[in-house]
Design a protein around this ligand. Structure first.
Ligand SMILES: [Zn+2]
Length: 680
C-alpha cells in the first residue's frame, strides 16, 4: 500500500479528539475540505490561511499506562499505545497508524482535542510520541459551531502545560492505586479460593462501591417499627375535609386509641393559625453537567451515563456547547440574542422565544449560578447544527437544554400558599393549598411547576374558629428503610464529597456494573455477592485507601497542579508513600488476611460456617452479618411489645412486611422458633 497519496509535501497537522469533531473543524476552516482515508480512518486536507493543513482524528485516548512487571507493589510504568495495554481497544491501532503516517510531513501541529484535561492529555501524548520537535499550538473552543472554531483558530495559544501535567498526574495516580490494590486483593482471593480470581479496585471506583454497599447493608438489616397516625375529617357546610396530621406519631396502639377517643368526645378542632405566604421562585441556573444529569434523570429517566453520551453527540453535531463542564455561568461575551434568533427558526420554540423577548424587554440576563469551570461556560444551545441524525432521546435532551436556557433569562415565578393549622386534644393538624400567581420561568421550563390545590373554605380561614369533627380514627404505618441508591444519587454523592470529575463520574458508576459488583433492580442499585465481598475486603484490609478523605485530598492536589501550585512529581511521591505503606501492612499480615477471607465470602471447608449463607460463623453458627440481623430482630421487639404486639404477632408481621430487610427476613424465616424462645 502506498501512503501519502493526495497529501501535500508539508503542512500543519490539526488533531481532533474524534472523527466527527475533525470533520466539523475541517469544514469550518475550509468549506472545500477534501476527505481522504488511511487504514479506514478519515482525514481532511484543507487550505487554511492560504496554506495546506491536514485535520486528523484520535479516537479518545490512544495511549495508556503500562508495566511489564508482575506482582505488587509496582511503581514502574510507562506510556504505551493503548491497544498494547488494553485488550478490547484494538480499534485504536488504526487511528494511531494513520496519525503516524500523517505526522511525517507535518512541520507544525495543533492540538484541537476537546478543551479539557483529557483532551489536553490525548493531544499531548500524540504530539510527544509522533511529532517531537514540531511547533505546537492549542486550540481552545467551547462549541463546534463554525464561528467558534474560526475564533479559536484565529487566537491559538501555546500548549497548556498545567492542564497536561494535571491530567497526566491523575492518570498516574489512578494507575498506581488501581493496579496495586487490584492485584493485592486478587491474589488474596485466589489464594483463599484455590483458583485464579481477578478483581478490580479503583481510586474513585472503590470509595463509590463502598458508599453503595453501606447503604444497601443498612437496608438489608432494617427492622420496621410500628407507628400510629390519627385520621380526622371535619365537616364544613355539607362537605367533608380530611386533615393532614402534622405532629409526632404515636408509638403505641393504646395511646393512639385514647387520642381518638378524646377527639370524638371533644367533637371539634380549633383553628390556631392561618399562614398566607407569597414566595418568589428564582429561575434556574444555566446547566452544568451534574445539573443536566440530575434533571434528565428525574424528567426523562436517563441514567447519568446516557445523558453524558447523548450530550456529547449533541456537541459533536454543534447543537450545544461543550457538555463536560462544571460551570453554571453563561459568559458575558455570549451573543444570547443571536442564539435566540437562530433558535426561533425552529417552530417549536418560536412563540416561546417571542414571549421571552417581550417579558424581558430584550434584556437578557441569565441567572448564573455559583459553580465555575476554568475551561468552559455552562451548557447552552448554539442555535446552529443539524438535528437530522438525532434519535428521539437526543431530541428530548436537546429540548431540555433549550428550555433550560430560555428559562434562565425569564422572570421569577410567584407562588401563593395558604396553610391552616388546627389543634385537637393537644396535637397539631393542617390543611394547605398552593396557587401559581405568576407563571414566570415555569412557562419555558415547566418541570418544576407545583401542582395547584383546591381552595380552602372560608370557615377555616379564621383563627380561633371551631370546626366540627365528622370522623376520627387512626391507622398503623411502619417505618421505612432508606431506599436503595440510584445511579443519580451515587453521582450526586461523588460530586458532594468531591471525588472524580464531571467527565469521569458517570463512567465510573458504569464500571461497577460491568464488573458485576452492582446490579440494576427496577431503576435502583443493588449489590451482588461479589461486590459485597470486594467491598468488605477493601474496607478490612485497605481502610486508609478507600477513605473518601484520601481520594478527595488527591483530587485537590490535581487541581493545585492545574493552578501551578504543585508539581506532579511531588504528588506522585506522596501517593507512592501512602500506597506502599498500605501494601506493606497488608503484606505483613497476609497470612491473617487469608484466614479472614471466609468471613466475607463462602469458602468450602472453612471450619464453622453460617447456617444461612456459608460464610464463617462467629457465634450461634451465624456469620457476622446474620448475627447482627439476629441481634436486631431481638432488640426491636421491645418497641413492638410496647406498641401492643405479642411476640407471635411481631414475628408474623416481620415475615409479611415488604420493607423488612433481606438479612432480617432470612434470620426470621430460618430461626423463627429460636427467636421466639429468646423473646420470652
Ligand atoms: Zn450468614
Amino acid at each position: 500500500m502506498r501512503y501519502g497519496y493526495g497529501l501535500p509535501p508539508s503542512y500543519t497537522l490539526i488533531i481532533a479528539e474524534k472523527p466527527r469533531a475533525a470533520e466539523k473543524i475541517a469544514k469550518a476552516l475550509d468549506p472545500h475540505a477534501v476527505k481522504g482515508r488511511l487504514r479506514g480512518v478519515p482525514y481532511w486536507v484543507i487550505r487554511w490561511n492560504g496554506r495546506p493543513a491536514v485535520v486528523a482524528s484520535a479516537a479518545g485516548h490512544l495511549y495508556s499506562l503500562y508495566t511489564d512487571r508482575r506482582g505488587w507493589p509496582v511503581f514502574e510504568y510507562r506510556w504505551v499505545p493503548r491497544y498494547v495495554a488494553e485488550p478490547g481497544s484494538s480499534h485504536t491501532k488504526r487511528f494511531l497508524e494513520a496519525l503516524k503516517v500523517l505526522a511525517q510531513r507535518a512541520h507544525t501541529t495543533i492540538n484541537a482535542c476537546d478543551y479539557d484535561i483529557e483532551g489536553s492529555v490525548i493531544g499531548y501524548l500524540i504530539i510527544k510520541f509522533l511529532l517531537p520537535g514540531r511547533r505546537v499550538f492549542r486550540a481552545k473552543f467551547s462549541s463546534l459551531t463554525r464561528s467558534e472554531i474560526l475564533r479559536a483558530f484565529r487566537s491559538l495559544g501555546s500548549l497548556d502545560h498545567e492542564m497536561v501535567e494535571a491530567g497526566l498526574c491523575r492518570h498516574e495516580l489512578d494507575w498506581m492505586w488501581g493496579i496495586n490494590v487490584s492485584r493485592a486483593i486478587s491474589d488474596l482471593m485466589s489464594d483463599a479460593l484455590g483458583k485464579k480470581v481477578i478483581l478490580s479496585a479503583g481510586r474513585v471506583q472503590s470509595p463509590t462501591l463502598l458508599r453503595a454497599v453501606t447503604r444497601i447493608i443498612e437496608r438489608r438489616l432494617f427492622v420496621p417499627l410500628p407507628r400510629f397516625y390519627p385520621r380526622v375529617q371535619v365537616r364544613v357546610g355539607n362537605k367533608l375535609l380530611g386533615l393532614e396530621y402534622d405532629d409526632e406519631p404515636f408509638t403505641s396502639r393504646s395511646s393512639a386509641a385514647e387520642f381518638v377517643k378524646c377527639i370524638r368526645e371533644e367533637g371539634y378542632v380549633r383553628v390556631t393559625e392561618v399562614r398566607i405566604e407569597e414566595k418568589r421562585v428564582l429561575p434556574p441556573h444555566p446547566f452544568n453537567l451534574p445539573d443536566l444529569q440530575k434533571e434528565a434523570g428525574q424528567i426523562l429517566r436517563f441514567s447519568p451515563y446516557t445523558t453524558q453520551k447523548l450530550a456529547e453527540d449533541l456537541y459533536l453535531e454543534a447543537l450545544i456547547s461543550y457538555p463536560r463542564t462544571n460551570s453554571q455561568k453563561l459568559p458575558p461575551t455570549l451573543d444570547n440574542r443571536g442564539v435566540l434568533k437562530a433558535l426561533s427558526r425552529n417552530p417549536r420554540y418560536r412563540s416561546l422565544i417571542a414571549s421571552l423577548l417581550l417579558e424581558t424587554r430584550g434584556i437578557l440576563r441569565p441567572n448564573n449560578g455559583p459553580s465555575y469551570d476554568p475551561a468552559h461556560p455552562a451548557i447552552y444551545p448554539t442555535g446552529e447544527g443539524s438535528a437530522k441524525r438525532l434519535s428521539k432521546k437526543h431530541l428530548a435532551l436537546y429540548d431540555l437544554i433549550v428550555r433550560r436556557y430560555l428559562a434562565t433569562f425569564a422572570q421569577p415565578a410567584v407562588l401563593r400558599s395558604v396553610t391552616v393549622y388546627v389543634s385537637a386534644c393537644g396535637r397539631r393538624f393542617r390543611i394547605s393549598t398552593l396557587r401559581v400567581v405568576r407563571e414566570g420561568w415555569y412557562r419555558y421550563y415547566p418541570y418544576h411547576r407545583p401542582r395547584e390545590g383546591e381552595g380552602i373554605p372560608q370557615e377555616l380561614l379564621k383563627r380561633g374558629a371551631k370546626i366540627p369533627v365528622a370522623k376520627a380514627s387512626y391507622s398503623i404505618r411502619y417505618t421505612k428503610p432508606p431506599p436503595p441508591p440510584t445511579r443519580l444519587e451515587l453521582l450526586r454523592w461523588m460530586e458532594s464529597v468531591g471525588i472524580g470529575t464531571e467527565s469521569t463520574r458517570a463512567e465510573i458508576i458504569e464500571v461497577l456494573f460491568r464488573r458485576g459488583y452492582v446490579v440494576a433492580r427496577s431503576g435502583r442499585i443493588d449489590v451482588s455477592d461479589l461486590g459485597l465481598a470486594v467491598a468488605s475486603l477493601l474496607q478490612e484490609f485497605f481502610p486508609q485507601l478507600v477513605e473518601v478523605e484520601l481520594t478527595r485530598r488527591f483530587e485537590e492536589y490535581v487541581e493545585a497542579i492545574r493552578a501551578r501550585k504543585l508539581r506532579c512529581r511531588e504528588v506522585v511521591e506522596e501517593a507512592k508513600k501512602v500506597i506502599s505503606g498500605s501494601l506493606e501492612r497488608f503484606r505483613s499480615s497476609y497470612r491473617k488476611a487469608l484466614e479472614e477471607v471466609p468471613s466475607f465470602i463462602p469458602v468450602a471447608g472453612a471450619g464453622d460456617r453460617c447456617r444461612l449463607c456459608g460464610r464463617r460463623a462467629v457465634s450461634r453458627s451465624l456469620c457476622r452479618i446474620h448475627l447482627e440481623a439476629y441481634r436486631r430482630v431481638v432488640e426491636a421487639y421491645e418497641e413492638w411489645r410496647r406498641a401492643g404486639f405479642s411476640k407471635e404477632e411481631y414475628l408474623d408481621r416481620i415475615r409479611r412486611l415488604k420493607s423488612v430487610g433481606q438479612y432480617i427476613r432470612e434470620v426470621v424465616e430460618a430461626l423463627g422458633s429460636e427467636i421466639l424462645r429468646e423473646l420470652s
